[in-house]
Design a protein around this ligand. Structure first.
Ligand code: NAD
Ligand code: IPM
Ligand code: MN
Length: 355
């Protein structure tokens, strides 16, 4: 019998609304495919916890989480209660770093039925992966404030790129490209202006590419790369970037493909020494939270990525088929897709297709 222990963390805002839909679909999928998910829900890593305890997670959070097969995560952040850098560095960014989830895997795909904001694009024109470095780069804890309150007040924050850290994300991207028909890696850089770390990144890309003669590659500075996401999204296959560039590209890509509400992600520790974490790309969306308006598909697609990661390939593929069917049905689309279905209606429709 296949049994998987899953740590479940819903978080804040719409995280608490889309998580039950992700779980609904996982449970339907487990029944259909004959595996068991043992869920352990954790009541921390959200801003109400912070309001009560003055921290985002208990000191022994690693013990509490234990050794699950994967972590299923919603979204964290409620800036009215806790400044975002405190809530996120106290939760999600801890997981990524402490569990060495150095790959952030973010598919971008224009799905049938989803209105595309780019003129004349159809499904098939936008279908690529953003591979984001997830543990170092611009997201560093090195730096500080000095001379506070004086005229000399200043802040600085270092970007950190290690050879190991850069090479392993590039290797992942080239390996992924090798499995795809077009076999193309695009690197996001800014070596014209960021003249120490980014030329280093470029050097490592060239070096890595030399061991993949069967994979083609190119690079763009991040400014024109963002323009090309909008103007020529069909030219991309696997796009690899540093932590910050990957973050930006992985909201822009899904927006070009219609909505960030369906975009999923996997925070992967490829060696499997630590659990990987699956979550939608979007945040807690305070502007629509509590209204049952959120699109649950980002969470549900993340569930499919999690099952794929756990080896339940058929179950993952079935969820994707169900998502595709629901997206084609106007009455089941949420508001971000121009429809009027609520979160639960959309989630239930996907679950029903699996039962
Ligand atoms: P956001 O992704 O929460 O929202 C951006 C916009 O997209 C909002 O207008 C929102 O309503 C809309 N949106 C997002 N998800 C949607 C969905 N599923 N369905 C329909 N519409 C959706 O980004 P933000 O406003 O920059 O951040 C809000 C909070 O979330 C902040 O605290 C931020 O730090 C946090 N955040 C957390 C994560 C995470 O936990 N992984 C990711 C991004 C932002
Ligand atoms: C994401 C989010 C996070 C990030 C924030 C909430 C810290 O935007 O997962 O894309 O920047 O990595
Ligand atoms: Mn982001």
């Amino acid at each position: 019998q296949r049994i998987y222990d899953i740590a479940v963390i819903a978080g804040d805002g719409i995280g608490k609304e889309v998580m039950p839909e992700g779980i609904r679909v996982l449970e339907a999928s487990a029944r259909r495919h004959g595996f068991t998910l043992r869920q352990k829900w954790h009541d921390f890593a959200h801003c109400d916890y912070y309001a009560r305890r003055g921290r985002m997670m208990p000191e022994n959070w690693k013990e509490e989480i234990g050794k699950p097969a994967a972590i299923f995560f919603g979204a964290v952040g409620w800036p009215d209660i806790v400044p975002d850098h405190i809530s996120l560095w106290g939760s999600l960014l801890q997981f990524r770093r402490e569990y060495d989830q150095y790959v952030n895997l973010r598919p971008v795909k224009l799905m049938e039925g989803v209105p595309c904001p780019l003129a004349g694009r159809k499904p098939g024109d936008i279908d690529f992966w953003v591979i984001r470095e997830n543990t170092e780069g611009e997201y560093s804890a090195i730096g500080g404030r000095m001379f506070e309150g004086t005229e000399r007040e200043m802040v600085m924050q270092e970007t950190v790129m290690t050879r190991k850290g850069v090479d392993r994300i590039l290797k992942f991207a080239f390996d992924l490209a090798r499995t795809r028909p077009r076999k193309l890696v695009t690197s996001a850089t800014k070596s014209n202006g960021i003249a120490i770390t980014m030329p280093y990144w470029d050097e490592r890309v060239a070096e890595m590419a030399s061991s993949y003669p069967d994979v083609s590659w190119n690079k763009f500075h991040i400014d024109i790369l963002t323009a090309n996401f909008v103007l020529k999204p069909q030219i991309f296959d696997v796009v690899v970037g540093s932590n910050l560039f990957g973050d930006i590209l992985s909201d822009l890509g899904p927006a070009c493909a219609g909505t960030i509400g369906i975009a999923p992600s996997g925070n992967i520790n490829p060696e499997g020494e630590h659990p990987s974490l699956f979550e939608p790309v979007h945040g807690s969306a305070p502007d629509i939270a509590g209204q049952n308006l959120a699109n649950p598909i980002g969470q549900i697609w993340s569930a499919a990525m999690m099952l794929d990661h756990l080896g339940e390939k058929q179950a993952a593929a079935d969820i994707m088929r169900a998502i595709e069917m629901v997206l084609k049905e106007p009455s089941l689309r949420t508001r971000d897709l121009g429809g009027s279905a609520d979160t639960q209606t959309c989630g239930k429709a996907i679950a029903v297709l699996l039962s």
